[in-house]
Design a protein around this ligand. Structure first.
Ligand SMILES: Nc1ncnc2c1ncn2[C@@H]1O[C@H](COP(=O)(O)OP(=O)(O)OP(=O)(O)O)[C@@H](O)[C@H]1O
Length: 639
């Protein structure tokens, strides 16, 4: 008796670990661990993994950002303080020399501050470019790690994916390291100003520092909670972006115009966007009063500092130079507590970090357990057996399969017939192990599918899907997809194109096999639906020529014209000869040519046999066949 695994144990949608965003630091947690887990540190570590040299350069930028503005102000203050003495004693006096030195230092620092802008621009562009490549590589790696596709229909995973790309909040995560650097530079600059204030009155520097930190904390928390409610609205925001893409990209452009969808799309986009942002706006309104309290505190602290300076100057306790330096340090110290739009943007960028990690942590290890050790090369030699298979889509309300038994004999063609929604395409999905059954087993030459190396088995199954992909690549690349970047077997390519009826079409293209099949690229050209279908068919036949063991054709002639369809039928036996093939079609002129026909109904195979056998049985197949034949004859008579 085969082991019947229960639903929960088979290839589940990988569950992301709880977002580190929501893991509140426990008081017992080591501070160093909390520091390492901080999203800022993780973003900077990401940059270090891209290029340690770049991180060091960014560090130097932070130092310059912290020191240069203060040095300029201090030097200018000192210069101001020396003016009276220099004016009195002359420039050649000691006081005059001190003035010149202070002016020279101020000039150099100011000059260096002037190049800060262009340097920051260049550095930001480099960091962004390197980060984008790394982030995209990690995302593609994570998303394509599982052999199955269930995770791509999991809303939580899709929210994470959209946010890790920066799409959900319209904030580019690749800009996070430089924004952190700029923010850190500002904070250090403010801290340095507080230290300078300490040299005047130790308590004033400390008080300013403590006040700014105290001011910054509640505003920081407000920003976090705003961004948190923004992030929580993942689904409506993702939907808003989807609608926006529908309205602005070519895919749906034709239907959007013909059906006049433009206004509806715009209204729907607005509705979902507003629904996504409403909690954030409510949060902002709730926070308004706290922000007002903080603003009053800022004013109070600043007044205390300025008042103290004014008082001491009035009583001649400090000289002009000290007064000039300290007066500039007061506003400089504000950088410790200042919060701007950049902080909000940075907070949004940083939400991508835990999402990126969660995707990698959940999807990449999920790829491993699904892999078996048996090499499927040359399989199937005998058969592929579906044994008591049960399957229901995650979140679905009904079983698609309930005790399905079917044997696909090696070297034979089997046609799958059934009404819309009977589960024909789903059966192919299980065969290619893009999903696993909830119950029962699929055996290839007696070996459970789970014991085969998943990726290699998937390469053994060449499928022309009903909704095959039209890649914006050259005609050649569209056909030789499974070996992209590797050597191309030109003879097999030509034969595949000839058998699928694509050869004449490709030879008629402006650059032949090298024509890009997309009008969105220079010299590119689009194809008609039927022409694309021939290319997709050639893709599967090329894979078969290169050793794939199973050919699956899902509605192979749906988009072909009458002549192409007739030519396909003539070649059908030749195309599928000796190949283990599965043909799904509602056209009985295709189906009848298969060696065996399986009728799928109510989650099981209800009839199985050759065309003649099933007609003789006078069951569902015979009824469907006669209805279609009658409709066809009727149609011809009317013409
Ligand atoms: N990704 C999915 N998530 C949930 N349910 C799905 C999904 N894909 C298909 N279904 C459902 O599973 C059932 C079988 O769908 P499937 O596409 O396999 O049918 P089919 O026989 O190929 O139909 P058709 O002849 O229309 O192509 C249908 O009820 C469909 O609604």
């Amino acid at each position: 008796m085969p082991r019947v695994p229960d639903r929960a144990t088979v290839m589940p949608v990988p569950k992301p670990p709880p977002s580190t965003e929501s893991r509140r630091p426990s008081p017992l947690r080591h501070p160093l661990a909390a520091w390492r887990a901080s999203r800022r540190i993780r973003a900077l570590r990401l940059l270090a993994s891209v290029s340690p040299g770049l991180l060091i350069t960014v560090g130097a930028f932070v130092l310059a950002e912290a020191v240069l503005p203060n040095l300029t102000l201090i030097a200018m203050g000192h210069a101001t303080g020396r003016i009276p003495a220099a004016a009195r004693d002359g420039l050649s006096s000691a006081a005059g020399h001190a003035l010149l030195v202070a002016l020279a230092v101020a000039g150099v620092c100011y000059g260096l501050s002037l190049v800060r802008g262009p340097v920051e621009d260049a550095l930001s562009a480099t960091v962004r470019a390197r980060m984008v490549v790394t982030l995209q590589r990690r995302l593609v790696g994570a998303v394509s790690a599982p052999a199955g596709i269930a995770h791509l229909e999991d809303p939580a995973t899709l929210d994470r994916l959209a946010n890790a790309q920066g799409q959900l909040m319209n904030a580019a995560p690749a800009d996070a390291p430089m924004t952190i650097a700029s923010q850190l530079g500002g904070w250090l600059s403010g801290t340095m100003a507080c230290v300078v204030l300490c040299t005047f009155r130790w308590w004033l520097g400390l008080a300013m520092f403590a006040a700014w930190v105290a001011v910054r904390r509640p505003i920081g928390l407000l920003i976090r909670s705003r961004v948190g409610s923004f992030r929580a609205a993942g689904e409506p925001l993702r939907r808003a972006w989807y609608l926006f893409a529908l309205a602005t990209r070519p895919g749906a452009a034709k239907e959007a115009r013909v059906f006049g969808l433009g206004g509806w799309l715009a209204a729907q986009h607005r509705e979902h966007y507003v629904a996504g942002l409403t909690p954030t706006w409510q949060e902002i309104r709730r926070q308004g009063r706290r922000v007002a309290v903080v603003a009053i505190a800022v004013f109070g602290v600043f007044a205390l500092g300025a008042g103290t300076l004014g008082w001491t100057a009035y009583h001649r306790e400090v000289g002009l130079g000290t007064l000039a330096v300290m007066l500039t340090m007061l506003p400089s110290s504000m950088a410790v507590g200042s919060v701007s739009m950049t902080d909000f943007q940075l907070e949004m960028m940083l939400t991508a970090v835990p999402d990126l990690d969660a995707l990698t942590e959940s999807l990449v290890p999920a790829a491993e357990p699904a892999d078996g050790a048996v090499d499927p090369a040359g399989m199937p030699r005998r058969d592929v057996v579906f044994e008591d298979v049960g399957f229901r889509y995650p979140g679905g309300t009904a079983d698609v399969f309930d005790g399905l038994d079917l044997t696909l004999r090696a070297g034979e063609s089997t046609a799958l017939v059934g009404v819309n929604g009977a589960g024909k395409t789903t059966l192919v999905t299980l065969l290619a192990r893009l999903r696993d059954p909830d119950r029962g087993r699929i055996l290839v030459d007696g070996v459970p599918l789970a014991d085969l190396h998943t990726r290699d088995w998937q390469k053994q199954v060449a499928v022309v899907y009903q909704d095959y992909t039209r890649y914006p690549l050259t005609a050649r690349e569209n056909v030789v997809l499974d070996v992209l970047g590797g050597p191309v077997d030109e003879e097999a390519l030509r034969t595949a194109a000839e058998r699928s009826g694509a050869l004449d079409l490709v030879e008629g293209l402006p650059h032949g096999w090298d024509t890009v099949l997309s009008p969105q690229y220079t010299d590119g050209q689009d194809l008609s639906g039927g022409q694309w279908q021939r290319i997709a068919l050639a893709r599967a036949l090329y894979a078969i020529a290169r050793g794939a063991g199973v050919l699956v054709l899902d509605e192979p002639t749906a988009q072909l014209d009458v002549r192409a369809e007739a030519a396909f039928y003539e070649r059908f036996l030749e195309i599928t000869h000796g190949v283990t093939s599965v043909v799904i079609s509602h056209r009985f002129s295709t189906v009848r040519r298969a060696d065996r026909i399986a009728v799928l109904d109510g989650g099981r195979i209800t009839e199985l046999g050759s065309h003649a056998e099933l007609l003789a049985r006078e069951g569902t197949y015979a009824e469907m066949f006669h209805k279609q034949a009658a409709a066809f004859t009727e149609g011809r008579k009317k013409r």
